[in-house]
Design a protein around this ligand. Sequence first.
Ligand SMILES: CC(C)(COP(=O)(O)OP(=O)(O)OC[C@H]1O[C@@H](n2cnc3c(N)ncnc32)[C@H](O)[C@@H]1OP(=O)(O)O)[C@@H](O)C(=O)NCCC(=O)NCCS
Length: 171
Amino acid sequence: MDKLVTISQISFKDIPQLVNMHHDPTMYTYDPDTEKVITEEIAGKYIRKAHKIWQEGTTYVFSIHNKENEFVGFITLRDVIKNSYAKIGFAIAKEQRKKGYVTAAIGELIKFATEILKLDIFEAYVAEENIASLKALSKNGFVTIDPENSVGKFKPRENFIVLQRKKKNLI
Ligand SMILES: CC(C)(COP(=O)(O)OP(=O)(O)OC[C@H]1O[C@@H](n2cnc3c(N)ncnc32)[C@H](O)[C@@H]1OP(=O)(O)O)[C@@H](O)C(=O)NCCC(=O)NCCS
């Protein structure tokens, strides 16, 4: 059976949809610090930088496409520690939500990160009211941990919790 989504390195072809989804105020509901990629110029710079840091191996930005090959959102691995750790972030365009896309994309991202990059610890920092993110992460093996045990650079924020997925927790 065809996969629900595929992920691939973000590309300049994604600019119009990337800009469009950042005009939706709900992109910023839970995290007002979300980068505002709201013009084609900003999106171009964002993607050029994403390609550079992909080469450096510190951050990987992927676009998410559905079976119809429509762009539906993006997903990232950031703060990568070689052969060990990365932080996950994601967003889905408003009109494409509640179709299981982010749940499937997290699965694809972890497959890439474990098989190709050999990472085995993942974290996500999520607002506690962001039920959709919490559900999608938990379906992919993430559990809530004490922020003091975070491997990454979690800066304590009101209402934010740390979720972690470790290979050994899954056995
Ligand atoms: C959070 C977000 C990525 C979810 O993407 P999505 O593709 O709609 O998520 P899924 O379809 O995989 O749904 C995951 C689960 O959450 C549920 N869900 C989706 N949207 C929901 C909502 N607004 N309220 C409550 N539950 C919701 C789904 O029904 C599903 O539950 P189930 O597994 O029990 O069926 C999307 O809403 C978004 O981009 N929001 C704005 C940006 C953001 O918050 N990014 C994440 C920062 S950590």
